[in-house]
Design a protein around this ligand. Structure first.
Ligand SMILES: Nc1ncnc2c1ncn2[C@@H]1O[C@H](COP(=O)(O)OP(=O)(O)OP(=O)(O)O)[C@@H](O)[C@H]1O
Ligand SMILES: [Mg+2]
Length: 108
């Protein structure tokens, strides 16, 4: 299993979520975050903003679903401008559903 951490533009988060949902991937966790990438923030009107608001979408999936999910995130989240975001992929050892006490891929 993999965990996808997708940091996207706040104004693109709904489009990404809608695209995922339409493809059958409705489970996710969303957190509002602030961050910076290669450009180390942004200068607007002489004012330096060290960090910019982004939405962090956390999605755990089967290995076989990874490419489809990341493609949807890119398609729906991309503007082509700097600051479109980043996708990090992490190996997940186990998933446990608290209600049923079940482990593993079948719980996703
Ligand atoms: N190396 C990193 N580690 C952790 N978070 C990162 C890293 N790079 C980017 N981020 C997060 O992703 C967000 C968006 O990054 P951003 O899209 O600016 O990436 P970038 O690498 O600078 O690409 P671009 O050149 O397209 O702007 C940042 O605000 C930050 O939250
Ligand atoms: Mg950047």
């Amino acid at each position: 299993m993999k965990m996808i951490l997708a940091i996207v533009r706040p104004e693109k988060a709904k489009e990404v979520e809608d695209g995922l949902k339409a493809a059958g991937f409705s489970s996710l966790t969303e957190i509002s975050v602030r961050g910076r990438g290669k450009q180390q923030g942004i200068v607007i009107g002489g004012m330096k903003y060290e960090k910019l608001p982004k939405e962090l979408l956390m999605i755990t999936c089967q290995d076989s679903e990874l490419d489809q999910i990341t493609e949807i995130i890119i398609k729906q989240g991309r503007t082509g401008n700097i600051g479109d975001g980043k996708i990090f992929v992490i190996n997940v050892e186990d998933v446990i559903t608290i209600r049923a006490g079940e482990h593993g891929e079948k719980t996703l």
